[in-house]
Design a protein around this ligand. Structure first.
Ligand code: ADP
Ligand code: MG
Length: 685
């Protein structure tokens, strides 16, 4: 069987239907087999005929007493079957299927699932008016199709037709590539892939569904793990990484000059990074830590270590505001030690930009902080040895890879993210990286007290903000949209800015920050906020990532229902960065109880990991990879939240199998089938 064969050539499909199927991702036979039922309609519960009620969906079983064919006055052929089950008799009615006359005969046993109602035939009897499915019962297939698979299909593809195509393909299924070796199948008591596919589409029992799912989930997670591990192996194989020496003078001096003592978690992570950098294997590490956990200082230390060993280090941040902030902080700390830090962002003047390129190329700048501007073709490094991306979730994998190619020798790579995803999930998403986690927040952090309020309380909320500002603190107001748009009643940053600036905050220095400002204007406003010239910053989500102003202690989020929980958590992380008691107030007038439930999680949960998990549970699985911008397609069957045990087992096996050269062939073949040859392209530049 050629699993890549176009679906069009299957009997009965043809070009038109093939086109419709292609739209839902079914282009070839393998796609068809791995397009799983969305759910099943359980036909195992049988209703006694004398217990049928109108307007219900029921399953009945009985023997055929009589089959009649009639033609309605509109010319429609009607087949009526009288069915008897010992408790009573009823009619089952089919329209326009005259051929049934040949297959349904008195004396046969029949299963029917359908909608009940009163017949139009003059007697007004309760009958099965609309048949959903039916089949003949005989001794051999007594239980056949108790669970009817239901798929999401385009209009022109009728479920019954679709199932018949599937049945057809499944009946001749042979030698389907499977990523799981026989020994894994045996060790975990899994079904064979052929059996799993047959049973997931046409289960006879509940157990069939369970077992087939188990096998297919295991295989799916195994493939992802193998793919990621394999890719990482290829990436680092043959590639000689650079080797740094153990920490010496410069690193030690700067470590001592830090304005604080590292937390135990930071210390642990720093050690892991040192070992990575001192090995010839290129570092490929993810540093995960909740907002405010202190990832930046780790980046600084790693950059200094690269410099100490004669390399350049680059740090890429998602916004200019953030890049500028890092640049200022790094300079303050590192300048006294003679380390040259440079900034490359889009808003530099042409002259500054050219100079920057010069300094990067001739090695004058040892540490370069930048935005996407860093990955432009023109940028050439003298001796790039360490690449760090801050807030990796804002970049694609490809962008990270692109920066890495700027180095002649495979550089060390550190990826930082505050996207708090449940621990086991990092395996799936960042399976190609080693993972370090900072769990602890620096000492002295106060919990950010979070409140959900309606517009009724708005006046009071802003009075409270004013009191905070009068006490010397600074505040953020975050708004979902820049301009008033007629169709959504969301707050507009501009309108709110006007309202607040001229109203309750008329004696306070307010500023408005949004994405439509030029980078220069944004930079100026942020500068004024850093230096406390601006006390109240009204903004859109441009402040979402990384901004660090310890004196800011309160944040109001207007139209909070418009933000995702992960985003709200990131936003909230802008306050509570100093020693002041901090507050986050979510304003929302949403009437939806689901929204209220979601937002109230923010009041109860302060741990980003726990929050992310709760959020995913509310949103449901599926869109996970998309949300992570990882470039991987979504999962077909596994659910990363609930299939954790299988994930861990699959990971373990993947690690074992990926070292065996011979076994990779079939695994890769299956991965290529499953991901249409795209999997190994996810890090392509
Ligand atoms: P994030 O992990 O969100 O990037 P930052 O690196 O911006 O967090 O750190 C947040 C704040 O915590 C900064 O003001 C930083 O100076 C401070 N900080 C980091 N580590 C420590 C520490 N060990 N002790 C005290 N303050 C720290
Ligand atoms: Mg940060």
């Amino acid at each position: 069987m050629n699993f890549r064969e176009n679906i069009q050539y299957i009997k009965g499909v043809g070009p038109k239907k093939a086109q419709a199927l292609k739209k839902i991702g079914i282009g070839n036979i393998y796609n068809l087999l791995t397009y799983y039922p969305k759910r099943y309609s359980d036909q195992s519960e049988i209703t006694a005929i004398n217990a049928i009620e109108p307007d219900a969906t029921v399953n009945i079983k009985g023997s055929i007493l009589n089959v009649q064919e009639k033609t309605s006055h509109r010319g429609m052929k009607i087949i009526t079957v009288i069915l008897h089950d010992g408790t009573g008799t009823t009619q089952v009615i089919w329209f326009n299927q005259p051929f049934l006359k040949r297959s349904l005969k008195p004396g046969m046993s029949l299963f029917v699932r359908g909608k009940t109602g009163y017949a139009y035939n003059g007697y007004g009897q309760l009958c099965i008016k609309q048949v959903i499915s039916y089949f003949l019962l005989d001794d051999t297939n007594n239980n056949q199709c108790q669970f009817l698979p239901l798929y999401t299909l385009p209009d022109m593809i009728k479920p019954k037709f679709y199932r018949s195509v599937l049945e057809n393909v499944l009946s001749t299924l042979d030698n389907i590539p499977c990523a799981l070796d026989r020994s894994i199948i045996a060790a975990y008591h899994l079904l064979s892939k052929t059996d799993a596919l047959r049973k997931i589409h046409f289960p006879q029992t509940k157990n069939d569904i369970k077992e087939s799912r188990e096998m297919l989930i295991f295989e799916e997670l195994f493939m992802i793990q193998c793919g990621l591990i394999y890719m990482r192996k290829i990436n680092s194989q043959n590639k000689q990484g650079i080797r740094c020496l153990p920490n010496s003078n410069l690193v030690k001096k700067i470590y001592k000059a830090l304005p604080f003592k590292l937390t135990d978690d930071q210390e642990k992570v720093w050690n892991e990074i040192c070992l990575d950098m001192q090995s010839t294997r290129p570092m490929q590490r993810l540093l995960q830590g909740d907002v405010g956990s202190g990832k930046t200082v780790i980046a600084v230390m790693a950059l200094v270590k690269a410099v100490e060993n004669g390399w350049q280090g680059a740090l890429m941040a998602p916004t200019e505001v953030l890049a500028k902030q890092h640049f200022d902080n790094f300079n303050k700390l590192l300048n006294p030690f003679g380390i040259k830090v440079g900034l490359l962002i889009g808003s530099l003047s042409a002259k500054e930009h050219n100079e920057a390129l010069q300094y990067i190329k001739n090695g004058e700048w040892q540490i370069i902080i930048g935005t996407h501007a860093l990955i432009q073709d023109k940028v050439q490094f003298a001796k790039l040895g360490l690449v760090i991306t801050d807030e990796q979730h804002r970049f694609g994998v490809a962008q990270r890879a692109r920066l890495e190619t700027k180095a002649e020798q495979t550089p060390d790579v550190l990826v930082m993210t505050a996207t708090p995803i449940p621990r086991t999930m990092t395996l799936t998403v960042y399976g190609d990286l080693d993972v370090s986690v900072i769990h602890q927040l620096p000492p002295g952090r106060k919990n950010i007290r979070t409140f959900l309020r309606t517009k009724n309380a708005r006046e009071k909320v802003y009075q409270f903000v004013l009191a905070q500002i009068k006490a010397g603190r600074q505040a953020y107001v975050v708004c979902p949209l820049i301009e008033l748009s007629e169709n959504v009643g969301a707050a507009s940053a501009e309108a709110i800015f006007e309202e607040l600036r001229t109203g309750i905050f008329k004696d306070v220095n307010c500023a408005l920050l949004h994405g439509k400002l030029s980078a220069k204007e944004k930079g100026k406003i942020m500068q004024d906020f850093f230096t406390n010239k601006v006390n109240l910053l009204i903004s859109t989500t441009v402040i979402e990532v990384g901004v660090n102003v310890p004196n800011a202690s309160i944040m109001v989020v207007e139209g909070a229902e418009r933000f995702g929980l992960a985003q709200l958590h990131q936003l909230r992380g802008r306050v509570g960065r100093g020693s002041y008691k901090s507050y986050c107030i979510l304003l929302s007038d949403s009437k939806s109880s689901k929204t209220k439930e979601r937002l109230s999680l923010m009041e109860k949960i302060s741990d980003g990991f726990v929050l992310a998990e709760a959020d995913l549970r509310l949103r449901g699985p599926g869109q996970f990879f998309g949300a992570m911008q990882h470039g991987l397609p979504d999962l077909k069957i596994a659910d990363v939240l609930n299939d954790t045990d299988i994930l861990l087992a699959a990971r373990k096996e993947a690690e074992k199998w990926c070292v065996k050269k011979k076994s990779m062939r079939e695994i890769i073949e299956t991965i290529n089938l499953q991901y249409e040859d795209n999997f190994f392209k996810i890090t392509d530049v």
